[in-house]
Design a protein around this ligand. Structure first.
Ligand SMILES: [Zn+2]
Length: 276
């Protein structure tokens, strides 16, 4: 991420990679000091430079170990991780030589969180980062003597790499586009009118893509059963309703989420609802 970068979708912050340039010098379960833990050591573009890193989400300092330039942070609300999970983030950063953070301090997403450094046991300037996808702050030594969380995930399951230059280090890195989010409840609203009696499917949730237009007919009768539905409503012809626009099904049909559920706007043959 870049300085001051933010990403909020559907009211949930996306957990961003805190580094602008990422050169991984030791990965998860690394033989040097990461045995049994999901942590990365990251330096910047040039070795030895104390590059800043930024808050991946809005987070609060919950614990410090100043002699290691180490802080434990926790998101102030659930965040969206790169594996699609939405949960609290609890994470540790370490080796910041210019460490001055205090417990209780809140850092908004995108604001500088610290600097790479060598404080504590570190060979070469870097930031050690380790992420738990939970609110659990348990932090204990494993059998190799390395501290770990209960719900650690590998970093490629945690942060989105948008606007991060990957200089070295392999991973199944993900970007915001890899984890699409449904319609934003605060935007994208439009008013539609039904051209037929329309059957509306609710309870589809993220399964709307599994619904098929052939399951809907203009007379509102069901001709097939689709999965992912557990309730339904009918809008009479001429009904006006507010919906979130442009949810593209995989077959190319356009759906919208109405207050009663998902409704087909159009497919390649017909326009079922007209935008007002
Ligand atoms: Zn480390």
């Amino acid at each position: 991420m870049r300085a001051n970068q933010k990403s909020v979708r559907n009211g949930v912050e996306d957990f961003l990679c805190p580094f602008t340039d990422m050169y991984i010098t030791q990965g998860s379960n690394g033989g040097y000091s990461h045995q049994g833990i999901m942590a990365n050591d990251v330096r910047g573009k040039e070795a030895g430079i104390r590059y800043p890193y930024y808050a991946p989400c809005t987070c609060k300092c919950v614990q410090t170990v100043p002699s290691y330039g180490q802080a434990m942070w926790q998101s102030t609300a659930p965040v969206r991780f790169a594996n699609g999970r939405v949960d609290y983030a609890t994470f540790v950063t370490a080796h910041d030589d210019s460490f001055d953070v205090k417990v209780g301090q809140v850092v908004p997403q995108g604001v500088q969180l610290g600097n790479m450094g060598t404080k504590g046991q570190a060979t070469g300037v870097h930031c050690h980062i380790q992420v738990s996808q939970s609110k659990d702050t348990s932090w204990y030594k494993n059998k190799y003597g390395n501290n770990q969380f209960n719900n650690e995930y590998d970093l490629d399951d945690c942060y989105f790499l948008d606007d991060t230059n990957i200089l070295s280090g392999t991973g199944n890195w993900k970007y915001l586009k890899d984890v699409p989010v449904g319609p934003d409840v605060n935007t994208d609203k439009a008013i539609y009118q039904t051209n037929y009696n329309m059957r509306v499917r609710s309870g589809a949730g993220t399964n709307y893509a599994s619904l098929r237009v052939k399951d809907l007919t203009p007379d509102g009768k069901r001709h097939a059963t689709s999965k992912g539905e557990n309730a339904e409503a009918i809008y009479q012809k001429g009904t006006l309703f507010t919906a979130y626009q442009e949810i593209k099904n995989q077959d190319g049909s356009l759906w919208a989420k109405s207050p009663s559920g998902y409704i087909c706007i159009q497919d390649s043959n017909m326009t079922y609802c007209t935008k007002q």
